[in-house]
Design a protein around this ligand. Structure first.
Ligand SMILES: [Zn+2]
Length: 98
């Protein structure tokens, strides 16, 4: 038994970070600083059911591409809603020129 090297991973959280970067790449004029990205991810995750898998030695972390269709779409919808909420109200000063 090699329990020391096993850990649990929320594949939905992995997918949120993975997909968020892709979605934000296509959006323009919204803040993509680490603070806003964390806010978007947290909001989206609060609206999603976690799905945990065990990951031996951290290998083979699930990527968005390996999610089932229903979860994939749920993540996209939650992300879109979170971006709508966070983008107009960044919780920090907007830097000059933005
Ligand atoms: Zn920001």
């Amino acid at each position: 038994m090699d329990t020391m090297d096993s850990r649990i991973v929320n594949v939905v959280e992995q997918a949120v970070w993975d997909l968020m970067r892709r979605v934000l790449e296509e959006k323009h004029g919204i803040c993509t600083c680490p603070k806003c990205q964390a806010d978007i991810a947290a909001l989206a995750l609060n609206n999603l059911k976690p799905r945990y898998v065990t990951s031996a030695k951290g290998e083979a972390l699930a990527r968005a591409d390996s999610l089932d269709q229903t979860t994939y779409i749920a993540v996209l919808v939650a992300l879109a809603k979170a971006i709508e909420q966070v983008a107009p109200n960044p919780r920090h000063e907007v830097s000059p020129g933005q």
